[in-house]
Each structure stands twice: as C-alpha cells, then as structure tokens.
Design a protein around this ligand. Structure first.
Ligand SMILES: [Zn+2]
Length: 199
C-alpha cells in the first residue's frame, strides 16, 4: 500500500468499517510487519472493551497481539513515548481529544495506525472517527459480508431479541446479550424511532 516510505516523519493510517470486516486483524497484520522490521511497536485499546483477554487486541478471526488497555487519551500520550509505531484499536470509544494527540504523535515522527467502526448501529459517524478520517494520510474502509444477502456490508446491524434495536438505544454496549450483524445498505434496518429522530 505504501510504495515509498518517507525517510522520516510520521503519518496517520485509518482502518475502518463495520463489525466483522477484519479491522483488528488488518491492524495486527500491519503492526506485525513493523515488528519484523525491528521497529518498536505498541497497541492501545480502550478499557471498555473486555470482550476477550483484557491485555490483547483480538480479532474475531483469532489473531492477537499484546495491547495496553487505557481509560483515557492522556494515558496513551504518556505510554507512547519511545515507540515508532503506535496502534490504537476501537478508536470510536475514545473522547474527541484523541484526534489532537494522534496528530501530535504523527508530527513527532510516529506512524499511527488507528482502527475502529466508522458508523454506529444507526449508521451515524462514530466518535472521533470522522475527524481522524479527514486528517489521515492513508484510509482503508473494509467491508464485511452482509449477513442477509451476501453483498458487501458497510453497516453494523444491532439486534435486540432478534429485532432491530430501537434508534434511541445506548450506542456503547460491549458484550451484552444483544447481537450484531454486518449488513449492506439495502439490508440495514433502522430501529423504531429512526424516522422520528430524522424529522
Ligand atoms: Zn444485504
């Protein structure tokens, strides 16, 4: 993807897409390559995400890499010192200040790789992701396979008891009893109250 690497100076890479599109897997793949090249690599992830092992970034496909769980952006800044490559997973869960700090790291010469959902289950831009996308040198928007029709899925369908989740439901809810599916534009079902919110 990067044909001519800069001699010095950092940059920002964004890997985004719906759930089940392989974002974490792709980030792990890139950071492993950097490790093999002898670069100092670190991954951060929000502490909110305790789906699997608390200290690992784990993709649904099972590949894993050690990650530092953090509760705030300030912790990332503190722990990122001395690293040449900084990965941040599930960026959608961080506060807006993440953007400024990711850019500061890139300005300092760090290669910053962020991964996360670009849209929430309502298909609205998620957390700091839209700003990160506009600042990034490199953007990859991954697709999953639509659970319904097999087409390219770009959205995350949230289901509660098998039905589309109400539009006003909590956005952040990890590992709860509800279910998520990757869906294409045509198969994504807005939850009850969507029309009201759009009016
Ligand atoms: Zn579909």
């Amino acid at each position: 993807m990067i044909r001519i690497s800069p001699q010095r100076g950092g940059w920002l890479e964004v890997i985004c897409g719906p759930m089940f599109s392989g974002k974490s897997e792709e980030m792990i793949r890139r950071l492993r390559r950097a490790e093999i090249a002898g670069q100092r690599v670190v991954i951060f992830k929000p502490r909110i995400d305790d789906r699997y092992d608390a200290a690992d970034v784990v993709s649904h496909a099972g590949s894993r890499m050690r990650a530092v769980p953090v509760t705030s952006v300030a912790e990332i800044v503190e722990h990122a010192r001395g690293y040449e490559v900084v990965g941040i997973d599930e960026v959608q869960f961080f506060e807006p200040a993440l953007v400024t700090h990711a850019l500061e790291l890139a300005d300092r010469g760090v290669r910053v790789v962020v991964a996360g959902l670009d849209q929430d289950f309502r298909r609205l831009p998620f957390g700091p992701m839209p700003e990160l996308l506009s600042h990034a040198e490199f953007v990859d928007k991954l697709q999953a396979v639509c659970h319904r029709c097999g087409g390219p899925a770009t959205t995350t369908q949230r289901l509660v008891d098998g039905r589309p989740a109400p539009y006003s439901g909590e956005t952040v809810l990890v590992g709860a009893a509800e279910q998520y599916e990757a869906r294409c534009r045509g198969c994504h079902e807005p939850g009850v109250g969507a029309a009201l919110a759009a009016a």
